[in-house]
Design a protein around this ligand. Sequence first.
Ligand code: G
Ligand code: G
Ligand code: MN
Ligand code: NA
Length: 257
Amino acid sequence: LALETDLRKAVERHEFEVHYQPILSLAPSLIVGVEALVRWRHPTRGLIAPMEFVPMAEETGLIVDIGGFVLAEACRRVAAFNAQAGPKETLFVSVNLSVRQFDHEGLVDDIRRVLADTGMAPELLKLEVTESAIAANPGQAALLLESLRELGVGLSMDDFGTGYSSLSHLHAFPFDTLKIDRSFISGLGQIGDKNGKIVHSILALAKNLDMSVIAEGIETDVQWERLVDMDCRLGQGYRFARPGPFESVVDGAAARS
Ligand code: G
Ligand code: G
Ligand code: MN
Ligand code: NA
């Protein structure tokens, strides 16, 4: 397969880069963290989005190497930023973990080493895990997530509401943050607005469970206002910033606030 061969070469040649999307406090809007999102800098095709290669990277297991790179690079970047930032200006960084990385024996040690090597504060690293990653092997996931939690890092359930049996997962796994999937944010403020009730319920649930919430995919002022009305504290989306190189998104977000 052409893509698989290319992807193997890309890993050897270090053709990946990390873009960042700001995560903001919503009232007032202020950058508080970033989500790391991988891109492939292909020698002839230019910048390739993860949708086009992450599935193949997961199938082949190459995501273990790629994910390791993303983690180290993101921690290096954000730790360097935090080292020169004031105490109230430090950022957290969210890194997506693939289920294939769960199978990798050395994951916890790798993360511990990255934290030590980069000087990244553990409490400012958040690992994003989807419900489907957990559903694949709940027993293994529970043990792994507990070990990660012991490192002092945060755990976010990504794409919340799109997987299944999410409620039992919330209860059984040590997540501290819920990321509301953007499919629930998109209809906010539109006629009918069923999503408003769902988002409202998710916020109440998270509050009862003492979890933070991040709304994903905020694209409009109306969606933003509805979330603030519902007391949703954190969010990300094109309304504020698209993912981009670290310097540009962080400077851009600071300039707008
Ligand atoms: O950046 P973009 O919106 O195109 O991301 C699309 C998808 O790719 C998202 O579901 C995101 O979680 C996933 N993704 C982006 N970066 C990474 C990464 O570093 N590791 C993993 N496992 N998934 C990623
Ligand atoms: O699946 P995950 O939540 O990790 O992926 C984040 C993805 O969502 C990235 O691909 C990012 O580019 C995308 N994204 C971020 N903000 C918005 C937005 O406001 N609208 C849409 N449609 N996608 C967004
Ligand atoms: Mn994510
Ligand atoms: Na998500």
